[in-house]
Ligand binder design. Structure first.
Ligand code: AHR
Length: 565
């Protein structure tokens, strides 16, 4: 990163308000003409506007857009989620207590497990029965582990399996989402796993095994992934081959009165041919086949910080904690692509599924940096999230809210000790990352009614390899729950605040409370030794004539809770 010669050229705005008036007059005149109800005194003191259109509903924000992902990978399960029942670390039957408590606070709705790539090498039977009799198996990720990685990461002891995972979900109040193995187990094992989880008390041998593990009652697992990344680690299929496998694995599964929501392994980022090939093949057996697919799982990681120099996976990545402002904007730019991916895949799906019976699921998302920032050496794929990742996550969740009608679920990769983690933990140490705080601030969107929101703000201008580049000035989303409006806003500018008026079209604010996550240092992060470097702060927000006025700090994520009259 030290070689990078191009640093941000901050806007030199001598007469900032004059500049903004000019910009907005040119680009957002329509918006301004619609804000005529605002007092002249207020209108002149801001540089940005947010308009929430109460009469323009987008759809209900599924709780599951705020979902999580845990894989038997590095320190995610062993050390992260699972510490063992005999551990001195406070735990609920072996599950890290502090993690459970934090996840209750953010109202975690759903957790995906056991992978990721691990899922297609996993035999679910290894993870059930008496713990001391479970086999030790080679983990899918063995080849990536290093000298510092503990044995449990390389050779899975299977202490944590289906029962422990479901127990974890129950403790936090989340739904389990299990990913079935399509690459290396037959369809009958998928059938049996459903039977183990969902067959009624005493009905089958597997129900009795489940009862011995402590749950006579069925787990009623609803969400099932049919493979993972079947275009790659999940089998290297062509989309047509995978569609055939999907039909076969999903053709007959036991229900026991529990509807099953099957999620098919969707594309990697902009692989339109994967989406087209799959749906083309699926409907060759008739469009009724679409009824068997609940979600189409898109994966998008933001990783390439090379600014067009390379597409090589290793070379293109940047550092998680050492970066310049151009890298800051660059990772946001890469992450923001998810919006175009949602629209693009939705469009391709509509070629075969005009009624959109199948919705999108983004079951892996987040930034992916090169190794080096691990809080615990030896935890592969572990990154230390900074304020940049909080802004990235806020931006992404806002995108999901804005497309609430197209999305059923999204799962941040991954919950703890991994990529875009909400938490880092090692032995008795635990910390909530800035990403974790964003999930707390956005939790109120779950189940809310997404409303169209227009942002007008001066854009960020910077130098990208000698060429002028721009990035939007403010973005966000809004949701309505009764008389309460939650507006979340990201200011990506690394140095400039945005002074904004937030106008509610079709309504009026009676009070507003703001919570903002920011820091004077864009690299700020929480560590085991400094757990509260980046924490949400309550801020004053003024309401004048039903309009909210707020100054969004530079490099910030804000949640405005507005009560309507
Ligand atoms: O999240 C890490 C890995 O990224 C997952 O195992 C895989 O599905 C993806 O490629």
């Amino acid at each position: 990163m030290g070689n990078k010669k191009n640093y941000i050229r901050e806007e030199i705005v001598k007469n900032r308000r004059g500049f903004i008036q000019t910009t907005l007059a040119g680009t957002a005149g329509l918006v301004f003409s619609r804000t005529s109800g605002i007092s002249a005194a207020t209108a002149q003191s801001v540089d940005s506007r947010v308009e929430i259109l109460l009469d323009e509903p987008i759809g209900t924000i599924s709780h599951n857009l705020y979902g999580h992902f845990t894989e038997h990978l590095g320190g995610t399960i062993y050390d992260g989620v699972w510490v063992g029942a005999k551990s001195k670390i406070p735990n609920f039957d072996g599950i890290r207590k502090e993690l459970v408590e934090q996840m209750r606070k953010i109202k975690a709705p759903v957790v995906r497990y056991p992978g990721g790539c691990f899922a297609d090498s996993y035999d679910w039977r290894d993870g059930i029965g008496p713990s001391d009799q479970r086999p030790r198996r080679t983990n899918f990720w063995l080849g990536a582990e290093n000298d510092k990685s503990p044995a449990s990461h390389k050779y899975d002891p299977n202490e944590f399996g289906t029962d422990e995972f479901v127990h974890f979900c129950r403790l936090i109040g989340a739904e389990p989402y299990l990913a079935a193995n399509v690459r290396s187990l037959p369809a009958s094992e998928f059938y049996r796993w459903v039977e183990y989880c969902n067959s009624p008390t005493g009905s089958t041998t597997l129900a009795e095994e489940r009862a011995k593990a402590g749950s006579a009652q069925p787990y009623n697992v609803r969400y099932w992934g049919v493979g993972n990344e079947s275009w790659g680690c999940g089998g290297n299929f062509t989309p047509q081959e995978y569609a055939v496998e999907f039909r076969r694995y999903s053709a007959w599964l036991p229900r026991y009165g529990q509807s099953l929501s099957l999620i098919a392994s969707g594309p990697n980022s902009d692989d339109w041919s994967w989406t087209r090939g799959f749906f083309e093949e699926i409907v060759r057996k008739g469009s009724s086949q679409l009824g068997g697919i609940y979600g189409w799982a898109l994966h998008h990681y933001a990783w390439n910080l090379s600014r067009g120099r390379t597409n090589e996976w290793e070379k293109g990545k940047g550092d998680a904690i050492q970066f310049d402002p151009v890298d800051w904007y660059e990772i946001l730019r890469e992450g923001e692509r998810v919006e175009g991916l949602i629209l693009g895949h939705w469009q391709v799906m509509s070629e075969f599924d005009r009624e959109h019976r199948v919705k999108l699921v983004v079951d892996e998302w987040g930034p992916w940096y090169r190794p080096g920032s691990e809080a615990t050496p030896g935890d592969i794929l572990e990154q230390t999230p900074t304020l940049r990742d909080a802004v990235f996550s806020g931006m992404t969740l806002d995108i999901f809210n804005r497309h609430a009608s197209k999305l059923y679920m999204a799962n941040c990769a991954q919950l703890i000790n991994c990529l875009n983690s909400l938490y880092l933990a090692h032995e008795d140490r635990f910390v909530v990352t800035p990403v974790g705080h964003v999930f707390g601030m956005y939790a109120g969107h779950q189940g809310g009614e997404s409303r169209r929101t227009i942002f007008s703000a001066p854009s960020v201008q910077y130098d990208r390899d000698g060429k002028p580049a721009t990035f939007w000035g403010l973005q966000g989303s809004a949701s309505l729950s009764g008389k309460d409006l939650l507006v979340t806003v990201v200011n990506p500018h690394t140095t400039q605040v945005r002074e904004a008026e937030i106008t509610i079209r079709g309504g009026s604010a009676s009070s507003a409370m703001a919570t903002t996550l920011s820091h004077s240092d864009i690299h700020a992060r929480n560590t085991f030794d400094n757990r509260e470097a980046v924490i949400p702060q309550k801020k004053e927000s003024v309401v004048r004539n039903g309009v909210v006025v707020y100054t969004f700090p530079a490099a910030s994520v804000t949640a405005l809770s507005i009560h309507l009259t």
